[in-house]
Design a binder for this molecule. Structure first.
Ligand code: PLP
Length: 340
């Protein structure tokens, strides 16, 4: 099965979950503090000119490889905030164009995600009315992602899919800085406990979470420190240093990590389009190799003592983290890179 976060409304990616939640939460807190909102009010009033005028006194900033910026930028602009997105070199041009068309200020960097976040944070500190949404450390973002656990549980119940000890659920999540997959995995563990097995997938050139967790150094080490360049076609996963908060919180709740190269992601992108007419962006294909790896790695199967029957009963969910809003001509370029 595929979980199509790629087709979530507003920004078409996993980042819609945390990003939109954090913007709404921040707006709610400001409005409550100013006595403009009451907990019992109809919250649709936040979407009004009166509130837009109020929110226009405040700024929001974020650093992003693209999709978090889209989520936070579009939502913040809609509510009237003055919003700036600091984009790393990996961010696609169409994402920047889209943000600008919504009135968002986009600052472009020639460097990677780490620098975009660092510079964004610095700029935000200069303005006391500016709230910096911190992809590496925000618990609010994390909780926004985590809601996916209960949502998925409801969906599986509706579809009659059983998850229990004899019917394990395997979930494969593409990982960048870690907030999105970490939050979703946290929510899944809350919903399914030991019966869900979460595995993170990273590009061979950006295995930051694997590196941080395996060394125990978390955010004190980057892939560049060990000579890996953090250059990948999976722009959403092009992160050299993982979130220390997520790594420390999640390391014992995850089953494992694997890496895959860009060409494999392109090939999977082409295969998925051919077999299911489902078009995703390269980052979102990282999880697609997971079921093959689980079934072919006897050491992993032995470690968890999965029985033949459990493996036969198992369900596998690949988290399709983005791509629903990729323009047609961009998608054609991706598809042309898939080997037939
Ligand atoms: C499509 C896609 N998948 C996965 C991720 C990974 O999320 P995170 O950086 O929170 O680990 C991102 C991040 O931007 C993304 O854009």
């Amino acid at each position: 099965m595929a979980k199509k976060d790629s087709h979530l409304p507003i920004s078409g990616s996993i980042k819609a979950r945390g990003g939109i939640y954090e913007v709404l939460y921040h707006a709610e807190q400001l409005a409550l503090k100013a006595n403009l909102l009451n907990l019992n009010d109809d919250y649709s009033k936040l979407n009004s000119d009166e509130f837009r005028t109020f929110f226009s006194q405040y700024s929001i900033a974020v650093g992003s490889t693209g999709n978090l910026g889209l989520s936070i930028g579009i939502m913040s602009a809609k509510l009237g905030f003055d919003v700036t997105v600091h984009m790393s070199a990996d961010a696609r041009q169409w994402k920047k164009d889209k943000l600008r068309s919504h009135g968002v200020t986009v600052v472009e960097y020639q460097q990677d995600y780490g620098i975009a976040v660092q510079e964004g944070r610095k700029a935000a500190l200069k303005n006391p009315n500016c709230f910096f949404i911190d992809d590496e450390n925000s618990k609010t973002l994390f909780l926004g992602y985590a809601v996916a656990g209960e949502r998925l549980k409801q969906q599986l119940t509706q579809q009659g899919v059983i998850v229990d000890q004899t019917h394990p659920l395997f979930v494969y999540l593409p990982c960048g800085v870690g907030g999105g997959p970490g939050g979703v995995a946290f929510g899944l563990k809350m919903a399914f406990g030991d019966n869900v097995h979460c595995i993170f997938a990273e590009p061979t050139h950006s295995p930051c979470m694997l590196l941080g967790v395996a060394t125990g150094l978390h955010d004190e080490i980057s892939v560049q420190d060990i000579g890996i360049d953090n250059v990948t076609a999976a722009d959403g996963l092009a992160v050299g240093r993982a979130s220390g908060f997520v790594g420390r919180a999640m390391q014992r709740l995850l089953d494992g990590f694997y890496t895959l190269d860009d060409q494999t992601m392109y090939n999977l992108l082409g295969m998925l389009n051919q077999s299911e007419s489902l078009k995703l962006e390269p980052s979102a294909l990282a999880g697609m190799l997971g079921p093959v790896l689980v079934h072919s790695h006897s050491d992993y199967i032995d470690l968890h003592q999965f029985t033949e029957q459990q493996l036969q009963n198992a369900n596998h969910i690949v988290w399709g983290t983005g791509g629903g809003m990729v323009p047609v001509e961009e998608m054609q370029k991706y598809l042309s890179k898939a080997s037939a």
